[in-house]
Ligand binder design. Structure first.
Ligand code: NCD
Length: 307
């Protein structure tokens, strides 16, 4: 059974095909209105979420399907001590596909091994978040007209930010991409990502703590929230939380065609004064995320022979 746990579970050709489907959905929504009729998506969210859960649910409704949902760990059998594997086996009896978010790294993988239906990882701890990356890729494609020859600045919590890890993995597979990794010392990209992805694929990158110094080089600036829930102590979080705040003044040296992204939720990282700037793309990412999730649900249900 095909599941998507990591962005590398999808080949570059498949990513491109998903973007093509998403663009077709945007242009011809009526073609897709009934394709998942009588099919059910189960959203199992054991960690807070607004966008990801609602966009999966909106995606399934727009495909004509239905949704059943666990929206927090507290009101499910997880609170009674049920294992992820048992939950996945149980939900396989009710639904055709699962989208799962869990605070533990690897939880979606465990679920996919136990389930008899496709599982989509909607975020596992500080590890991966492949469908946010699908949203990011479509945004880059639509804003930049392609995926190659881009310098991408990632700024903020690059250690615990799972969207960052998945995006590095995905963009490393396109041509002539460079990364600028902007973070406090304590929140640098984990060494397994640097070694296994950047160095192994000979992707040029440099690390810096200085956003203003780097901003002029960038085609894309991907801001991220400091991941409070993954810190071991509140003091460190308080010290680091406002490390980077993008203001209109900091954009002085930025390119006219810079694309400013953020997976959201935003706390303080981007001043609201930037929201009206034509370079602000973070709410476009939200819209693109729904279309990419529609494309992914379609693909996995087709491959499973469900539709
Ligand atoms: C992200 C996540 O959950 O990792 N949110 C999202 O799904 N768009 C980013 C974050 O929580 O900071």
């Amino acid at each position: 059974m095909r599941s998507v746990i990591d962005i590398v579970d999808l080949s570059v050709e498949e990513l491109d095909a998903l973007m093509k489907t998403a663009c077709d959905i945007i242009d011809n929504p009526e073609k897709y209105q009934e394709v998942c009729r009588h099919k059910k998506l189960a959203t199992l969210f054991f960690e807070p979420s607004t966008r990801t859960r609602l966009s999966f649910e909106a995606a399934m409704y727009e495909l004509g399907g239905n949704v059943i949902s666990v929206s927090s760990a507290n009101n499910s059998s997880a609170a009674k001590g049920e294992s992820v594997a048992d939950t996945a086996k149980t939900v396989s009896c009710y639904a055709d596909i699962i989208a799962m978010r869990h605070p533990k790294e690897g939880a979606a993988l465990v679920a996919s091994r136990a389930a008899s239906i496709p599982v989509i990882n909607a975020g596992d701890g500080g590890h991966n978040h492949p469908t946010q990356t699908l949203a990011d890729l479509l945004t880059i494609y639509r804003e930049k007209g392609g995926m190659d020859n881009l310098t991408i600045g990632l700024c903020g919590d690059l250690k615990f930010g799972r969207t960052v890890h998945s995006l590095i993995n995905a963009m490393s597979r396109y041509k002539n991409v460079k990364f600028v990794l902007i973070s406090p010392e304590e929140l640098k990209v984990p060494s397994y990502v640097k070694k296994d992805v950047l160095q192994r694929n000979r992707i040029p990158y440099y690390q810096t703590t200085d956003l203003e110094d780097a901003i002029g080089d960038l085609d894309i600036l991907y801001m991220t929230r400091v991941q409070r829930e993954r810190f071991f102590n509140e003091e460190d979080y308080l010290r680091l939380k406002d490390s980077y705040i993008l203001t209109p003044q900091k954009l002085n040296n930025a390119r006219e065609d810079l694309c400013i992204m953020h997976p959201l939720p935003r706390v303080n990282e981007i001043s609201v004064a930037i929201d009206g700037d034509p370079r602000a793309c973070y709410f476009k990412q939200v819209a693109n995320g729904k279309y990419m999730r529609m494309a992914l649900i379609l693909k996995l249900l087709k491959e499973a022979g469900t539709i």
